[in-house]
Design a protein around this ligand. Structure first.
Ligand code: NAP
Length: 246
């Protein structure tokens, strides 16, 4: 079950946290993984995968650079002849109440979390349509479903991913390409450590399953949606939130 042998998978934001766990699990299931992050940040992820016998390469990619995304996908197609899985995971926060939010804080979050997913999807969609197969999985957030004070930019970007996914899912379903979202709740990574560090107990009390999520919890959901077993699932939001939002 859930084997990804022979599949070529691109994971953005693979240097740490959720993206690293996704890259590691996809490779463990047999995929050749392109682990992307800025500079040489994903080198360690790729090296760790290779050390355990998996297939991975590190890719230097800033997802706000559209030309770099197009170049990266062209290079993947040139060398591997196909792209089977795209995981839009790279993301940032620039939290601020709307009254004080600077235009730049809005623009940065939308560019990284939403526009990059559009550019990445557009770069891989033609080859996926030609292949008559493909998986596009975007990492949204529970905040895109519920909203959160101080995160108007982030919530808009994450809700945007859900609408984007449903529209694209309808466009490409006839070509057996599926497009889905995974919506994590509160996951223990660099992104949340600043807010949860002092009050882990408080946060856990708000989560029915009684704990923060681990990156591996999210990776398992992404891996499932990437697999052949998920072929009949498209346009969906798979929540991985410990029951925080039902
Ligand atoms: P993280 O530990 O802060 O990691 C963020 C990743 O995004 C890093 O690999 C980072 O790579 C990459 N990234 C940021 N800006 C980038 C850019 N311009 N170009 C390329 N890569 C970029 O965050 P995380 O918690 O793993 O979050 C991963 C995703 O899950 C995000 O989309 C986040 O919004 C979402 N999410 C997280 C939680 C949570 O509780 N942690 C909950 C819901 C959703 P660099 O090394 O290049 O910085």
């Amino acid at each position: 079950m859930f084997t990804l042998s022979g599949k070529v998978a691109i994971v953005t934001g693979a240097s740490r946290g959720i993206g690293r766990a996704v890259a590691t699990l996809l490779a463990a299931r047999g995929a050749h993984v392109l682990a992307a992050a800025r500079g040489d940040h994903a080198a360690e992820t790729a090296a760790a995968i290779q050390q355990t016998g998996g297939r991975a390469e590190a890719v230097s990619l800033d997802v706000t650079d559209s030309a770099a995304i197009e170049g990266m996908v062209a290079s993947v197609l040139d060398r591997h002849g196909r792209v089977d899985v795209l995981v839009n995971n790279a993301g940032i926060t620039r939290d601020q109440l709307l009254l004080r939010m600077k235009r730049d804080e809005w623009d940065q979050v939308i560019a990284t979390n939403l526009t990059a997913a559009f550019v990445c999807a557009q770069a891989v969609i033609r080859p996926m349509i030609k292949q008559r197969s493909g998986r596009i999985i975007s990492v949204s957030s529970v905040v895109g479903q519920t909203g959160n004070a101080g995160q108007a930019n982030y919530a808009a970007s994450k809700a945007g991913l859900i609408g984007f996914t449903k529209a694209l899912a309808r466009e490409v379903a006839s070509r057996s390409v599926t497009v889905n979202v995974v919506a994590p709740g509160l996951i223990d990574t660099d992104m949340t450590r600043a807010i949860t560090g002092k009050a882990q107990g408080d946060w856990a009390a708000r989560i029915p399953l009684g704990r923060l999520g681990e990156p591996s919890d999210v990776a398992a959901a992404v891996c499932f949606l990437a697999s052949d077993e998920a072929a009949y699932i498209t346009g969906q939001v798979l929540a991985v939130n410990g029951g925080m939002y039902m």
